[in-house]
Design a binder for this molecule. Structure first.
Ligand SMILES: [Cu+2]
Length: 396
């Protein structure tokens, strides 16, 4: 399949008919000839992966692709890997066979060639994309990423008329066996047409969340405020099972599975995600704490936990009382009666002292009408600057 290079280089977005977007995304498949991807212990490995620009380094996972429901998407791939052919398999998406990236049913793209996948972004949800050529090797090489479909109306909704959230995190779990990265994947080019491939036993030394492990996981830490709704998209593209254990105080509720709403959402601090699966979990915390989210990696042959990673969670209340003392000048008057001046214009969320959301205040200036608030003490948190909270008293 040969398409002119010019087509592959189109990286443009234009408005189609009926409010739907025609979106064109460019994916380049590449391979590292120099070891460049750094693991937590400082070791560097080769990757075979997808990037969106020529100059971008290959990363695991590959860039997350985000579309809106109903978008007409052209996913163009340019193979610059100098070796094996590649595809893009859209895992979990309802696409037709021709665009599914399974080599024998669809098409594969050889070195220096281009190919184009077309689909209409289906149900809002969390999906995966990965290469389907000699998948065991190419996926381990790094040819995988998340694909997220958002509802048209609001990016902070799980789906149309679904759950609203204040922030979201997507975690793609996998493993790295450095031996494969030094031997099988890059140094010994394999014949993708062969029916069998001799590869070493898979014995990963690195168990990763978004390509990070151990101390590197500080980059994935979750920081939220009391009362904030945090949506977690969990996905597994490794060969181990994952058991994710949330602190009890996060009130984890499983609401989506494999790109669909769960008919009967349920509360569970523990969520198991097997290879290829995705889950949507809503978290809401009503107290301040610091803790960790635990990620177990289960060897599916032995059913034993082979590794555990921990990701920090910090749920901050509003700012400490000491700091609040110094904020008298930011809120005037305080105590307030019917009107108050705040340090920022825009939207403020009004919370009671246990972190429950009472109301939203909105103003184009710094003056806010608080006549609707009952007598009492409240915390106001700026929507634009969630780190900025002030305490106000209402007296009449
Ligand atoms: Cu591939």
């Amino acid at each position: 399949m040969r398409i002119t290079l010019a087509l592959a280089l189109i990286l443009a977005t234009s408005i189609g008919g009926f409010g739907q977007m025609d979106t064109t995304v460019m994916i380049i498949s590449k391979v590292d000839f120099q070891e460049q991807y750094e693991l937590h212990d400082g070791n560097l490995i080769h990757l075979m992966g997808y990037t969106q620009t020529l100059s971008a380094p290959i990363n695991i996972p590959a860039p997350t692709l985000i579309f809106e429901e109903g978008d007409s998407v052209n996913l163009n791939m340019w193979n610059l890997s100098q070796g094996a052919p590649h595809t893009i398999h859209l895992h979990g998406l309802d696409v037709n066979q021709e665009n599914d990236g399974v080599p024998h049913l669809s098409f594969e793209v050889v070195h220096d060639d281009t190919g184009s996948y077309y689909f209409e972004a289906p149900h809002p949800g969390t999906y995966l994309y990965h290469c389907h050529v000699t998948s065991v090797l190419h996926v381990q090489g790094g040819m995988y990423g998340l694909l997220i479909v958002k509802p048209k109306s609001d990016p902070n909704l799980t789906w149309e008329n679904g759950y609203a959230f204040d922030s979201e995190h997507a975690w793609l779990m996998s493993e790295v066996d450095t031996i494969w990265h030094h031997d099988s994947i890059v140094n010994h080019p394999h014949d993708p047409q062969a029916m069998t491939h001799t590869i070493l036993d898979y014995q990963p030394q690195h168990f990763v969340v978004n390509g990070k492990s151990e101390s590197q996981l500080s980059s994935q830490a979750i920081v939220a405020s009391v009362g904030e709704k945090v949506y977690m998209r969990l996905a597994n593209i490794g060969y181990y099972g994952n058991r994710i254990i949330f602190p009890a105080g996060m009130n984890a509720e499983v609401i989506a599975s494999d790109g669909r709403p769960i008919p009967n959402p349920f509360n569970s601090d523990t969520v198991e995600v097997y290879p290829g699966e995705r889950f949507g979990v809503m978290l809401e915390t009503n107290a301040e704490f610091t803790d960790v989210i635990q990620v177990d990696y289960i060897n599916l042959n032995t059913q034993t936990i082979e590794n555990t990673q921990e990701v920090d969670v910090t749920i901050s209340g509003f700012i400490g009382l000491d700091e609040l003392e110094n904020q008298d000048l930011l809120v005037y008057p305080n105590p307030a009666n019917n009107e108050v001046q705040l340090p920022l214009s825009g939207e403020w969320v009004t919370l009671d002292l246990s972190g429950r959301e009472i109301a939203q205040l909105n103003s184009g200036s710094n003056n806010y009408d608080v006549s609707g608030l009952a007598i009492g003490t409240y915390i106001l948190r700026s929507v634009e600057r969630p780190d900025m909270s002030v305490k106000i008293m209402i007296q009449r």
